[in-house]
Design a binder for this molecule. Sequence first.
Ligand code: C2E
Ligand code: MG
Ligand code: MG
Ligand code: MG
Length: 274
Amino acid sequence: ARRAGGQLRVRRFRQRMLDEAQERVRLFSELRRGIEQGELRLFAQPIVDRDRRVIGEEGLIRWISPQRGLVPPDAFIPLAEQTGLIIEIGDWVLEEACRVLTSWKDDPARRELTFSINLSERQLRADDFAERVHRILAGHDISPGLLKFELTESVLHTDLDRTIRMLGLLRAEGVFASLDDFGTGYSSLSYLRRLPVQQLKIDRSFVSSVVDDAHTAAITQTIVQLGRTFGLQVVAEGVETEEQFQALCELGVDAFQGYLFARPRPVSETLAGS
Ligand code: C2E
Ligand code: MG
Ligand code: MG
Ligand code: MG
């Protein structure tokens, strides 16, 4: 009986592996088709200063699938990274960002706002990455200094010299860079010193316990000081309550993003004239 039970478990396990593999194949073909059909949407969420004035927006991708409805990035970006679709997606996001900045250009209320987009490590690793960025920027009459690329600490784990070179090329284009989800990966101080980034984004996991946990508050303070030392702007993400906002202000955070101020909404709603 024990042996029969074991065989059953093996069979169930194999079936689950098969199901997962099939689901990945389905997701991939739907996504590839969705990209062609124009089902991707860029949403955006404001970033505010200490006076709650909007200073920029972050672009956050969504996929409106006829089969699946609104699909959040965590449900398809990893697959896009594994399969290379992220290159195409990344180009599209950059095009959208340029379109937004173009629409803001002649609007006195918006022409100084920055627009940030998220980059995958895989995009940065592509040999022609800087060229692609250059080509897309050249197709738009915008100030590249208003564009920011957000990268996670994962870009530091492999081939740091290459990452530094790529970020240097971007900087030469005029584009700024930001370290996203800061504090969740492991980045040593020596990395940070060598990395040409201009902004740190404190991860939401710190923000959510900064009020209740003295230890988290101390870490957050250290990150702020670290930012100061390297001359970086420090942004807190995922701010949901007034108490968090006050605490972060007192710790010296420069800018804020979170549901307290606004939720992400379709980028079309941020265009000038809308
Ligand atoms: P991220 O860049 O760290 O973005 C912040 C995430 O926190 C977003 O989730 C945002 O909607 C969410 N958020 C903002 N404020 C709050 C808040 O007050 N409370 C809570 N609970 N959440 C908040 P989202 O939009 O689901 O994006 C998840 C991740 O997907 C992003 O994390 C980013 O790493 C990735 N991503 C999004 N768009 C793109 C893209 O165009 N390209 C790439 N490569 N990755 C993207
Ligand atoms: Mg981000
Ligand atoms: Mg983040
Ligand atoms: Mg994140």
